[in-house]
Design a protein around this ligand. Structure first.
Ligand code: SF4
Length: 372
């Protein structure tokens, strides 16, 4: 442990800090569906959903997920199309794929019981140190750290830790701090309380220090430097990717959709045909028509552009311009198969899992061309 952290920890009355934090949590915690019981499967699902997604957004997804897959075995046996549908709109689809593989492994290797040791649980796909710590502490009452962005923010202020939280290795410092402070009587409430404090009181920007249950323990507050912490050095900018997409309809009122490859970004999700442009100054319609002919040996005619939207990923931004259009000739059956294409009715289309950007294209298409 570094000297600075050690000194900060010495300045804290550990027992009084734990009591103030846990008492506040027990009185003030939000009523959230995953807190109804301590089933490790439910805790696990909620923690994966909550990664990079807000609590308010997660609640209806979580409720529907548990309705569709009430037990770990139900989820392990579900097919991929259905699990993607359950996740549709949450983004970062590798999370649900990893969760599915890991849950299958728990069913096969651990007789459907989520392991309760750090060594075993950490070997499961998609279970990083945060998720492992959250499940072990919340579901199994083990004094393991669960360090996420909220916890780093709160502890960086309480202990005046000025290491860059954007660096992966900084997490270790916070794990050491949690190990030194965690309540062994109630590790579940302790970890959840730190997260809850970060979500409700010790927020980014302007923390509500006057309402804070641990204000008297907070070294940043005492020094008046709470808004300068945590230290986070900005990442480099994202890259813009211009994309031209089209909603193509045939004379049977069906729409052409395409399944993305089983690898890479948004793997196995469905989408409207689209092409990435090398430069945004090419004529978009002509570019799409030529690319479509090259991919599927079929002529297509685009008419008007009905929406433009940006979709932001961590490393790039899709700048999508969407058109409507139709085919001048049919696509051969063999090409449809090889290239994972399907014609679907409006009702069928809604059964497939699309990434958020393509759901927006569809919504805008329906609004623009008023469909019944
Ligand atoms: Fe955060 Fe302020 Fe509480 Fe310190 S006193 S933990 S900065 S809310």
């Amino acid at each position: 442990m570094n000297d600075k952290l050690e000194q900060s920890l010495l300045n804290i009355d550990k027992e009084s800090f734990q009591n103030d934090l846990i008492d506040w949590f027990e009185a003030e915690q939000r009523n959230l569906p995953w807190r109804e019981n301590k089933d490790p499967y439910r805790v696990w699902v909620s923690e994966i959903m909550l990664q990079q997604t807000r609590v308010d957004t997660v609640i209806p997804y979580f409720n529907r997920f548990i309705e569709w897959f009430p037990t770990l075995d139900d989820f392990a046996e579900a097919d991929e199309e259905k699990i993607l549908k359950a996740w549709e709109g949450l983004g970062y689809y590798s999370r649900v794929r990893n969760l599915h593989s890991a849950v299958k492994e728990v069913k096969e290797t651990y007789n459907s019981v989520v392991p309760d040791s750090p060594e075993e649980i950490s070997k499961l796909k998609g279970v990083g140190p945060y998720t492992a710590g959250a499940i072990l502490s919340i579901a199994y009452g083990k004094p393991e750290p669960a360090v996420d962005g909220n916890v780093m923010r709160v502890l960086s202020r309480i202990l005046v830790i000025d290491e860059d939280i954007a660096k992966p290795k900084t997490r270790k410092t916070f794990e050491k701090a949690v190990r030194a402070l965690i309540s062994h009587e109630n590790p579940s409430a302790f970890n959840q309380a730190l997260m809850e404090l970060g979500a409700l009181i010790c927020t980014p920007g302007k923390p509500a220090c006057l309402l804070c249950p641990v204000q008297k323990h907070c070294q940043a507050f005492a020094a008046g430097i709470q808004t300068e912490l945590p230290v986070k050095i900005q990442k480099k900018k994202t890259r813009d990717v211009p994309i031209v997409a089209a909603v193509l309809k045939n004379e049977r009122d069906e729409f052409l959709i395409h399944k993305r490859s089983s690898e890479g970004l948004l793997a196995n999700l469905w989408e409207f045909p689209n092409y990435e442009m090398h430069t945004s100054i090419q004529p978009k319609r002509a570019f799409f028509e030529a690319s479509f002919l090259e991919s599927y040996r079929t002529d297509v005619k685009l008419s008007d552009s009905f929406t433009m939207l940006d979709h932001v990923f961590s490393h790039l931004v899709w700048k999508i311009d969407a058109y409507r259009g139709s085919l001048l000739t049919d696509i051969e059956e063999s090409v449809m198969k090889e290239q994972n294409l399907k014609w679907v009715s409006k009702e069928e289309l809604e059964q497939y899992a699309f990434p958020v950007s393509h759901q927006k294209i569809w919504k805008s298409y329906q609004q623009t061309y008023v469909m019944d």
